[in-house]
Ligand binder design. Structure first.
Ligand SMILES: [Fe+2]
Ligand SMILES: [Fe+2]
Length: 211
């Protein structure tokens, strides 16, 4: 009876950097590590890939910025606003994951960039709200840039993905405007306190419409 063939690490096409002396056991060729496509070898049109990866990082940076807003509000005893901005942190992470999933589904390993330090000191709640609005506006411009690249390259999957984001940004920008208008209207200490108590309800349209 023939002995079963033992396949060693060396028989498999495992990059030498991933080999370790402790792995001195037979491995199956089925365990071969897949080489992910990189930014330079992917089949996604290069400009679209660059824009998608940039937008992924912009969504992560938006999450980081919202966290700074949440902490500032927490420090000011504005629990409603703090909670609202904390929810935005989660949402931006979901957005980043959507793009990461899209890239991985198309065989590309996303490249994460270093996050810049967010603005963390503000003079007023109105400045916080205005900062959030500017951030969402920049996010909309970033998404539009991805969409324009996808149209130019006839990249239909990326176009469909970005259509979801384009719709999302209409709501995001509408909420920011509403938030600014409500903060401007609450122009006394008691008004801010009432607004803070109810801000989540005011800005919870998305949760309501999604359920
Ligand atoms: Fe987003
Ligand atoms: Fe957003």
């Amino acid at each position: 009876m023939a002995l079963a063939t033992i396949v060693t690490r060396e028989d498999c096409d495992i990059p030498s950097a991933l080999r370790h002396p402790a792995l001195a056991f037979p491995v199956s060729p089925m365990l071969e590590i897949k080489e992910p496509q990189t930014m330079s070898t992917a089949k996604i049109p290069p400009k679209v890939l660059t824009e998608l990866n940039r937008q992924l990082n912009q969504e992560l940076e938006a999450a980081h910025k919202y966290l700074a807003l949440s902490l500032w509000c927490d420090d000011q005893n504005l629990q409603g606003f703090s909670s609202y901005f904390a929810k935005q942190v989660s949402e931006e992470h979901v957005h980043a994951k959507k793009i990461a999933d899209h890239l991985i589904d198309r065989g590309v390993l996303p490249e994460l960039a270093a996050l810049g330090a967010p603005k963390h000191a503000f003079k007023s709640l109105l400045e916080v709200a205005t900062h959030a609005q500017a951030m969402e506006h920049a996010n909309t411009q970033g998404i539009n840039a991805v969409y324009e690249a996808a149209i130019a390259a006839k990249d239909y999957p990326a176009q469909v993905l970005m259509q979801w984001f384009i719709n999302e940004q209409v709501e995001e920008e509408a909420w920011c405007l509403e938030m600014i208008e409500r903060v401007q209207a609450a122009n006394c200490a008691g008004g801010f306190s009432d607004l803070d108590r109810h801000i989540e309800r005011y800005l919870a349209k998305k949760d309501t419409s999604a359920s």
